[in-house]
Design a protein around this ligand. Structure first.
Ligand SMILES: [Zn+2]
Length: 441
């Protein structure tokens, strides 16, 4: 059997950050082609140029009137909060955690429940065109086993970890430094680098962790240098004040983590709204990344993320849904919110930059450039086939849209899971909206 196949459609990706490289960062072919061999990108470019290079009888699937983009990358989300998304009346972060989040996360002690939600969660990512995600489990190892099991069945690239928390939470959600170490170590040994799966050491956030617990996280990272670290940083002003009183010896919030050696190339900090210039400088020096969670920041009223300041500090940034404080799995809808957050600060967020953050920017934030994020040769062939007329309004809006920048803007502002016609994982269809009329391949 021929292992080479191709898809043909309008297609685009990014090779650089549009904030620094402008439209030169974009590769866009109105009649484009992606050639795939054994799950990886073999070739990418203009269809008329590539068609003659294909061997006779190479299967080509033609998605007319569709747009193909690289699979999107969600750099911060919470599996156990899937069923409590859009919880009303939780207030801001600290109340919301106690009133909404912790009771739901307790349900993950039940392996059957964890398995059901994990299956749903993975399907929902695919339905939204998200092919890679960095995922918080609950404190229970069952949560990580469940999400990795379902991701492995779909051959998805998922990074996940069991939450470590030994302070300021209900007893049923508490571990100890020793238990967190043993559970995390066992999960790393079982799952890290198994297929496309990778592990993240996951201290929830400073207030949930004793100094001993944070030090244990640092020890795990020293013991397993290729694993990730994910946590939260400076999301809410009450939280920041609380951290100051809990850790008086630290010079600022980031220093709480830095003292435990948690900063590195594979460390991803969610939010980072209320950070100082010095904290940004240190994040940059350690090549650590920020996961920007626009929908979440608005939903629980955390504040307005200053994208430009982070860019100027040269910190890598990825887009993130932060389910369930975020209200949409769709990274298009998170771009929609991110755009408005920048508008409120007198800045703009171009659709090129937005889609870059959703794809190559996310790959860079996760230290996975060259593996996912664009269509460079050898990259894993994760991609999304978008239906540009998925809703009557979108169809009308795009009738006279001739510029890719305008098309992308409308697609991302108005679009969501309804626009996702196919999601491909390693060159194979992993999700289909079951509309058989949209290709003639
Ligand atoms: Zn979060």
């Amino acid at each position: 059997m021929n292992t080479i196949h191709a898809v043909r459609a309008e297609i685009l990706d990014f090779t650089a950050d549009p904030a620094t490289h402008g439209s030169a960062a974009l590769r866009h072919y109105e009649d484009g082609m992606l050639v795939i061999e054994a799950g990886r990108v073999l070739n990418f470019g203009d269809a008329q140029a590539l068609l003659p290079t294909l061997a006779p009888n190479t299967p080509v699937t033609h998605y007319k009137d569709h747009l193909i983009i690289p699979g999107m990358i969600d750099t911060h989300t919470h599996l156990p909060q899937t069923s409590m998304v859009a919880a009303h009346g939780g207030g801001q972060l600290l109340n919301w955690l106690n009133n909404c989040t912790f009771p739901t996360e307790m349900r993950f002690s039940d392996a059957q429940y964890a398995d059901r939600i994990a299956g749903f969660f993975i399907e929902e990512l695919l339905r939204n065109g998200t092919t890679t995600a960095m995922v918080f489990g609950s404190v229970h190892p069952t949560s990580v086993n469940a999400v990795f099991k379902h991701a492995m069945q779909r051959d998805m690239r998922i990074i996940a970890g069991k939450v470590m928390m030994d302070s300021h939470c209900p007893n049923d959600l508490q571990d100890s430094p020793e238990q967190a170490y043993n559970d995390s170590k066992a999960l790393i040994e079982q799952w890290h680098n198994k297929g496309r799966l990778q592990y993240a050491v996951t201290p929830r956030f400073a207030p949930s962790c004793s100094v001993e617990q944070l030090n244990i996280a640092g020890e795990l990272l020293a013991e397993y240098p290729s694993v990730y670290m994910q946590t939260h940083l400076s999301e809410n002003t009450d939280e920041c004040d609380w951290v100051k009183t809990l850790f008086p010896e630290a010079k600022d919030y980031l220093d709480v983590y830095q003292r435990a050696n948690l900063l590195g190339r594979r460390s991803i900090f969610a939010h980072a709204i209320h950070v100082s210039d010095d904290e940004l400088k240190r994040l940059s020096e350690h090549q650590s990344s920020i996961a920007h969670c626009p929908s979440s920041n608005l939903f629980i009223g955390s504040g307005l993320f200053n994208l430009k300041r982070c860019e100027q500090a040269k910190v890598q940034i990825g887009m993130a849904s932060d389910i369930g404080a975020g209200t949409s799995f769709s990274l298009f809808q998170n771009y929609n919110e991110a755009y408005k957050i920048q508008q409120l600060q007198g800045e703009t967020l171009s659709p090129f930059k937005g889609l870059y953050l959703n794809t190559l920017g996310g790959a860079r934030a996760l230290d996975l450039e060259g593996v996912i994020g664009n269509f460079n040769q050898g990259c894993e062939a994760d991609f999304v086939v978008l239906n540009k007329s998925a809703s009557p309004l979108l169809k009308l809006r795009l009738e006279d849209s001739n510029e890719i920048e305008d098309t992308l803007f409308a697609l991302m502002m108005l679009g969501d899971d309804r626009c996702v016609s196919r999601t491909y994982i390693m060159g194979e269809i992993a999700y289909s909206d079951n509309d058989d009329n949209d290709n003639d391949g």
